[in-house]
Write a protein that binds this ligand. Structure first.
Ligand code: AMP
Ligand code: MG
Length: 396
């Protein structure tokens, strides 16, 4: 059986980066920037006042100096002229600093007597001017790839960019398989359960920037699987995810169905807990991922394999789940022959991060997964661990 690292690399190999589309800035946050954007202007585009006050020449920066008020500069309406020593211009925040002025004295530090302004307080070290280009200049570039944040789109706006090129979102078909499954809100017979993990995967995919689509549940017959795989293809899925039916039981029909569908298998089964029956493959540009049906297994494999595939499809480079170190709150016995991704909770202390694995590690238990905020990684054949030992966790 291959390792998780090997399987992740093989999964990423199956993904073709998406094309590019242009979106308006108001639609750009959370999308992945696909092309570098160069600033079209300096920001600020002129030396601007940072305060309300009086623009003065540096030679006049003397406490007690009296100046002649000769004009006004407001945001959007600069004062056209050149200030001479002995003169001052009333200026407001965001207004261009007039030619001849090198400093703004805040109005609280002045007294006005008609057109005579006195610098009544000690002169401060602060010039109260934002120099032209202090934020960015025209050689500034916001570099792709990058998942755009709210501040990023404000920055792009200030750069005078009305729309940006972003990676097209990959379409991900989600196919639940199993005679026992029913959608939430249905009327289950005594033998049935509700299809649940597909909703976690849907939410995870949406958060990662994909377009998920929950297709009809495929009962455990070859015909039903063939039919829903065709639906995924007709919809134009970039990634097709099946859930369940991945092991080698009599009712585990996914591997043969993918073979019939023309999927070239990349691997089937990995040295991992939960998630051993994972499989992956491709048909042309379309990637296929066969997740185990147990809810926790499906979600853990979603984090470890599916989301990295989506990130790669979006053109991102740092695609694997973030791993950090934490100190164990309680001892753990020796690890097994498969890497174990235990459901756990970590806490950020003042100077340390601690983690505790849940006692219940059954891969069908959603309440435990819902309480977890991380996966605690036990590598293959991990030695026993004592409280206080460092372990690797993957925040969820
Ligand atoms: P399978 O991989 O099909 O053998 O399924 C393993 C376990 O997961 C069985 O108990 C299934 O009933 C359950 N299961 C399969 N698919 C889902 C699903 N979409 N939602 C919740 N449980 C599921
Ligand atoms: Mg099944």
């Amino acid at each position: 059986m291959i390792t998780v690292d090997q399987a992740q690399a093989l999964c990423l190999d199956l993904v073709t980066p998406m094309g590019v589309e242009t979106v308006e800035l108001s639609q750009a946050a959370t999308r992945v920037l696909a092309q570098d954007v160069r600033a079209r202007r300096d920001q600020p585009p002129f030396s601007a006042s940072a305060m309300d006050g009086y623009a003065i020449a540096e030679a006049d920066a003397v406490q007690g100096r009296q100046l002649d008020l000769i004009g006004e500069a407001a945001a959007g309406h600069g004062w056209d002229g050149t200030l001479q020593p002995g003169q001052t211009v009333r200026i407001f925040t965001g207004a261009p600093v007039p030619e001849g002025a090198q400093r703004v004295v805040i109005q609280e530090n002045t007294t006005a007597d008609g057109p005579r302004i006195t610098l009544s307080e000690p002169i401060s070290d602060n010039l109260n001017i934002r120099p032209q280009g202090a934020d960015f200049t025209t050689d500034f570039t916001l570099q792709a790839p990058r998942r755009l944040t709210a501040p990023d789109v404000a920055l792009l706006a200030a750069m005078n960019t009305p729309e940006v090129a972003v990676s097209r979102a990959p379409k991900v078909a989600l196919i639940s398989t199993g005679d026992e499954l029913l959608m939430p809100g249905g009327d289950p017979s005594p033998d049935q359960i509700i299809a649940s993990n597909v909703f976690a995967l849907h939410a995870m995919l949406t958060g990662a920037g994909a377009i998920p689509n929950i297709l009809p549940i495929a009962p455990d017959t070859p015909e039903a699987l063939d039919e829903v795989l065709s639906q995924a293809e007709d919809w134009g899925a970039d990634i097709v995810v099946t859930i369940g039916g991945a092991s080698v039981g009599d009712h585990d029909l996914v591997a043969p169905a993918l073979d019939r569908f023309g999927v070239t298998r990349s691997f089937h089964k990995i040295a991992m807990r939960p998630g051993k029956p994972l499989m992956a493959g491709a048909k042309g540009d379309v990637a296929f991922l066969g997740l185990p049906g147990n809810p926790v297994s499906a979600v853990v494999c979603g984090h470890l394999f599916l989301l990295p595939m989506v990130r790669r499809a979006l053109g991102l480079t740092d695609v694997l789940p973030r791993a950090v170190t934490a100190r164990l709150k309680a001892a753990l016995s020796k690890g097994g022959p498969r890497a174990h991704y235990m459901r756990a909770r970590f806490e950020e202390g003042a100077d340390s991060r601690t983690v505790k694995a849940f006692d219940k590690q059954d891969s069908s238990m959603l309440t435990v997964l819902s309480d977890a905020n991380c996966l605690l990684l036990r590598p293959i054949d991990d030695a026993p661990k004592a409280a206080g030992d460092a372990v690797t966790i993957l925040p969820l």
